[in-house]
Design a protein around this ligand. Sequence first.
Ligand code: GLU
Length: 903
Amino acid sequence: MYVLVLFLSVLSQNVCANEKSIIGGIFYKDSDDMKVALEVSAKNFNFTASIKEVSVRGEILEVSKYVCELAEEGVIGIIDGTGGRASENIQAICDMLELPHVSIQHNDLYSENWSVLNMHPSPTAFNMVLENLIIHKDWRNFTLLYVKGHSLLRLGDLLKMGNDSYPYVVTLRELSGDNYREVLIDAKRNGYTNFVVDCPSRNLEQVLLHAQQVGMMAEEHSYIFLSPDIFTLDMDRYRYGGVNMTGFRLVALQNKDNEKLWNFTTTFNQETGKELEPDQFKTKLLLIHDAVEVISAAMKKLKDVKAEFLSCDSYKAWNYGSSLLNFMKTNKVDGLTRSLIFDGLGQRTDVTFDLLELTSAGNQSIGMWTNNKLKIDRPIVADAEITQEAALRNKTLKVLIAIAPPYGYLKLSHETLEGNDRYEGFTIDLIEKLSEILGFSYEFEVEQDYGSKTETGEWTGMALQLREDKADLAICDLTITAVRQSGIDFSTPFMTLGIGILYKEPSKQPPEMFSFMAVFSKEVWYYMMLIQLALGVTMIFVGRISHKEWQNPVPCIESPEELSNQFSFANSVWLIIGSVMQQGSEIAPIALAPRMITSVWWFFTMVMVASYVGTLVAFLTVEKNVLPFNTVEELYNSKSISYGAKKKGSTKQFFEDSTSPVYQAMYKKMVAHNWLVEQNDIGVKMAETTQYAFFMESTSLEYWKERHCDLLQVGGLLDSKSYGIGMKKKSPFKKYIDDALLHLKENGEIEKLRNIWWKEKRGGGKCGEKRDEEQKQLGMKNMLGAFVVLGVGCLIGLFISIIDMLWGVFKRSVKYSTTFKYELVEELKFALKFSGSIKPVKRPQKTPVDGSFEALAKAEGKDDIRSLHSIKSTDTRRTQHSHSSRHSSRSLSVAFAKRRSYS
Ligand code: GLU
């Protein structure tokens, strides 16, 4: 044995001075981050790390073995990440070997061992800062929540605040096991609101979660957390609840160019593959860095330190241990957790903490603990508005609802339901959606009276409850009215509506005698008649100016002295009516223009007749509803029909407050005859079974119509208004409820809910297809196209005939050496006379050879008739239908010759 010790000591003398010193680390197996932190820090300060992993927590033998192994490796100090009994054991061995033992855990007891150096702020520091903070917060009573096994002793001074000599009441509650809810519920029942939480960093999340679950994260609750890791957690989900949470932070983040911190963060992230931000590092990791830095600084001061391979068996202490430790305690170093100052017992003193508070705008620094003094300089909360919103999160609101389909129903179930489960409906779902957005919870209470102001100025129903703060919200088919608005606030409207009349569908009446006329609307009939007249005139004119329409009335006479035209008024009308009746007529146009006009007319009649026939059957067979009234006035005048509205509602109020004499009179009648009903469903039943018209809001009316197919809405709406969520005046929730409602409206959620509760659930969709069976009359809208085609066709025809006429006029003016104008005037005069279907054959204007007019007439007849020969053969039949002249051709030729010379 002696030889071995001698050998080791010789060997220790030879530890190469150039080799890196080794820093030992003892951590539990699951503390990967701590191991990396030591490796990274050791590398930064030019050390080598030797790490031992303890597999079983609190296993002293294993820990002892590792300390001895590290001592044998020649470490210059041991960083201990274990804590508790294991730490005590390490400390004992290090004490014996005079090996610096650096703890990073909070310690329960003031260690009297000289070899220990505790990086964690001392209990004295914590006691001081807590005491000051509690005094600053003016907590007269508080509860200390601690986790079992996590010592209370370090908070001795705090406990003393509960002594009789202090004006404070201190209560203790132990958070044992995994379920902290029971303890928290108990604290809640006892009305405790201020808590100091002392628990290890690993339990923090669980404590927070359970506190939230039992409703201990509301405005009235305040917490101070001892763990400096509290603000490394994601606190987002708690920040809107209004809860006050205060905690400490050791790391100096304000110093943005803290290079050490950034280097450490970068190398740590590189090693672990994590993406931690500097403020997300757990305190222990930073303390490991600072421990290595303290050792490094001391090593620099104490030159020529030689590591030695020590043995637990030889009880030989390390020569340099005590000196190194002394330097570690006295050296003033600035680490990641600010100034590292220790007292003679190796406890960290003069600690500087940032004081942080959780606000709705995130974590905010509210001051500092430095030089053993509390400095509070709370900044203005950046987002004050969010703080308001916090008023809703985690709050339990009392919500008034009404059992009024489809806004609220009692749920049908074979089980006995309790609480909110008892209700369903549109407003129940709407509140659910709002609570999802705003994070509040709610309790329903049924109130059937929506409330208003009585004549004596007292409020009733929902309005009263809201005003007296007995409820937070009222949601049902609550109409926004001026009277209500004077006493309570309303959210932005979530539905618009008006008053309608619900009445039962009257029995069907057989079709009327002249129902065949109803196929077309009146205006179509009028236009048809008008257009026939106009067309008749057009046909006459076009016929008269169309050259080819003037025909030889007696085909066997080759050179007639007169020409006849078939387009007399009677013929034109006959042609038009014949086509309308689909019978045709024997009148057939010859010239292009009349043919064109006739074609478009035939097309028009084809469309009109087809449309008429197609719709006629329906009009002859459909039985029509004949309503006993169509307007409110008619209802008022009706002797046999009674009417009413909901007794305590805005509809009744509408009639009561109306300035219209009819509505006023109706209201008086409703009251006098007791026609007002308690609830909408009673009114609906009366409307269905008796001669009763029920005034109802259109939204509800639609709902009932959808399920009672024999009911319908008569006439339009009497007014326009909306539903809103009621709340007390100046309610802090209004803005957030409004925003959330708008959001639900914009993304179509409210419409979706409406469809579900109106058209699908509880018997919806029953009468959907039934309604629209009434046959639609064909109006001008439907037939306009045919009219347009006819109009355009006529215009084209007219245009062609005018060209034709002009051409004829031109030819004649050349032929008879007259002016174009003269011929045109003559032609128009003749055409516009609209009378006389006989046209004399024209003669050249020259002095008759024999001086007689007879000779002149003969000469002219030859010229004009020539062209007619070609048509004559095909149109002989037609010419026979022309009006035969009663005059002889000879006498007419004479007459024309006279006109030519004297006119
Ligand atoms: N919506 C009405 C109100 O808020 C109740 C129904 C009615 O009067 O038709 O009073």
